[in-house]
Design a protein around this ligand. Structure first.
Ligand code: DQA
Length: 148
C-alpha cells in the first residue's frame, strides 16, 4: 500500500483559533481526520507530522526517503524564504505537492513568492482544508501513474 506523509510547518498547530477569517475554524486534528478519510477512500496509508522548526521539518523529509512514497506539504511561512526546505525536497527526490489553505497569490506581496514551488509537483492553494484532500488526490494519481 502506498504511504503518504502529510507535513505541516510553523503555526499550523494553532489552526482553529489562528486568524479564522483567513484560515477557517477547523483545527489541525480535524483537517487531519478529513485527510485520513480521503486516504482510506483512495486506499493509501497516511502519516502526519507538524513542527514549528525548520530543522525538524528537514529531518522528517530526509526520513521520508525511507518510509514514504510522496509528501503533501504546507510549509507555512517557510514557503516564502526557506531555501533549506527547498533543497531538502529536491534532495529526497520524492514527489511533493505544496498546499496552502489560503490563496497565497492574492494576499501580501511576500506571500505570492514560493521558493519551494519549482521543486514541487504541484501547488494547490486557496481551497481551505480541501487544498489538502486535492493535494492528496493529485499526489496519489501521480505516484500511481494515472496523470500520464
Ligand atoms: C499558509 C500561507 C502562508 O503564507 C502562511 O505563512 C501560513 C499558512 C496557508 O496555508 O495558507 O502559515 O501556508
Amino acid at each position: 500500500m502506498l504511504r503518504i506523509l502529510v507535513m505541516n510547518g510553523p503555526n499550523l498547530n494553532l489552526l482553529g483559533t489562528r486568524e479564522p477569517e483567513v484560515y477557517g475554524t477547523q483545527t489541525l486534528a480535524e483537517i487531519e481526520a478529513m485527510i485520513a478519510g480521503r486516504a482510506a477512500d483512495l486506499g493509501v496509508d497516511v502519516m502526519f507530522f507538524q513542527s514549528n522548526h525548520e530543522g525538524a521539518l528537514i529531518d522528517r523529509l530526509h526520513d521520508a526517503m525511507g518510509d514514504a512514497d510522496g509528501v503533501v506539504f504546507n510549509p507555512g511561512a517557510y514557503t516564502h524564504y526557506s531555501y533549506a526546505l527547498r533543497d531538502a525536497i529536491s534532495s529526497t527526490g520524492l514527489p511533493v505537492v505544496e498546499v496552502h489553505l489560503s490563496d497565497i497569490s492574492s494576499r501580501e506581496e511576500f506571500r505570492a513568492v514560493s521558493v519551494i514551488a519549482p521543486v514541487c509537483l504541484a501547488q494547490i492553494a486557496g481551497l481551505g482544508a480541501e487544498s489538502y484532500t486535492k493535494g492528496l488526490d493529485t499526489l496519489v494519481a501521480h505516484v500511481r501513474g494515472e496523470d500520464r
